[in-house]
Design a protein around this ligand. Structure first.
Ligand code: RB5
Length: 170
């Protein structure tokens, strides 16, 4: 069962303080922050932390995941190896909104060595307040799922794929 208000947070050693700041920030907005650490500054391996957070999202225990490492890139790559995860690195609020609206991302990755805390909190807000738009974007997300499961696209999704689309951000 999906816990609709739970967000898992994880990072490697580079981003402990920022991760804790994000946890406090989202908690103040009514989310339950499930902070799975680490809490000590010893060097650690970002793939382990990315995987641990991703598994809580993929299992439905948490609605979203927010993960951090130096660049946001390595931990994002690890999280995306878990089936059902769609995670993007964001350094701006536009991308954070779009990965929800168009890609139905369920995880957000941030690079602590790339962006400062003020912008990070805005990125988190943009991600959490945007809604998936569905429609043609649902077809494309379904294409990602088919790729992940190494199966052909369903005939219904194929039909939708070949139909046209309108709008500024097609
Ligand atoms: C750790 O120095 C660094 O490599 C890691 O945090 C991350 O940036 C990897 O993608």
């Amino acid at each position: 069962m999906t816990a609709a208000n739970r967000i898992v947070l994880s990072s490697d050693h580079t981003a402990i303080r920022l991760r804790q700041a994000i946890a406090a920030h989202i908690a103040s907005h009514g989310w339950v922050a499930v902070d799975i650490g680490p809490t000590t500054a010893e060097s650690s391996h970002y793939p382990e932390h990315g995987e641990a957070a991703a598994r809580l999202v993929a299992s439905g225990d948490c609605r979203f995941g927010i993960i951090l490492c130096g660049t946001g890139q390595g931990i994002m790559m690890a999280a995306n190896k878990v089936k059902g995860i769609r995670c993007g690195v964001c350094v701006d609020t536009f991308s954070a909104r779009m990965i929800r609206q168009h890609n139905d991302a369920n995880m957000l990755s941030i690079g602590v060595r790339v962006v400062g805390e003020g912008l990070v909190l805005d990125i988190v807000d943009a991600f959490l307040t945007a809604e998936f738009e569905g429609g043609r974007h649902a077809t494309r997300v379904e294409m990602i799922r088919a790729l992940e499961e190494q199966r052909p696209l369903s005939p219904e999704a194929s039909d939708r794929q070949s139909s046209g689309s309108q709008g500024r951000l097609r």
